[in-house]
Design a protein around this ligand. Sequence first.
Ligand code: SF4
Length: 331
Amino acid sequence: MNSETKQLIEKANQVYQENHPNTCWFGRCIFLSWYCDLGTCKFCFRSTIKHKIRYAKKAKRTTESILSDAVIGKVMGWKLEFLTGGYGIFSFEEILEIIKKVSQVYEEKIWINLGVLEKEQLEQLKPYVEGICASIETVEPNLHSQLCPDKPIEPYVKMLKLADKLGFKKSMTVVIGLGEQKEDWNSLSKFIEENRLDLITFYALKPVKGTDFDKSPEVADYVWWIAQTRIKFPKLKITAGLTPKKVDYTEMLLKAGANAITKFPVIRKFATAEAKLIEELVKKSGREFNSSLVEIPSIDWAAEVKKHGLGEKVLEKVLQNVENMEKNISK
Ligand code: SF4
């Protein structure tokens, strides 16, 4: 990392410290399904033919499985980054019901990233939803139309404007490593300002076999985007994704000004060497971690499930997942 980037990170860290508490958390996405009806974004694993065959429309998650994620996440201090997926699989009524239940489990309004929603739908979601996330991926228009041919930016912008009027918070996702140039940061900055965003989630591209991409961005390039954003927008909440194979830059992401980290398969990798390394690096960054990736509190899971008015099937799923997490601890 050159001295210019180091200085930039130092400055970003200072801006963070002046504007946010000295804490951070693990943000977890809850997926409604692993299938996407669009499936044409050039970098996404859902665009590979293999995926389309493996994940037919019927491969949606059960409500019990989704709610078990919520119950465990709430206990473990994994903040819900957003509820996502399920385009063209669940009806809006089904999605509304799931959102309602997940928000009841978290005992707060939640964030969602569910494609472009209409005014009437947003109005129905208002009692349970705090914020709306737009999956923009890249703001550079040529790159965007080339990489996401069926997901134009304009409808998302319209939705964000509508969401703003209706009193929702707003966020976007951005993937670094798609071919964007540093000069494109000005367009990102403009997008954040014009759409009055409260939160942004950065991801480092994870190359997927069968797509045109074969490498993740350099760490220095990835954190550059986060640091620039932190310096220009001191109050904005920033979440930064890890890639499961590489968690060793956790400290750098926090120093660059991220409030939270995300994109770690936490149940599967609970208490593994990577999970321990993340916690160690959070500590090294000087921040207090409000989530746990290595220890399970001793609680009565049956009472926890019952407390939220959920049934036996949810409890079954919760216990299965907790058992898997415990197996890693005893290894
Ligand atoms: S990036 Fe999102 S919209 Fe595009 S194919 Fe993947 S899941 Fe679908």
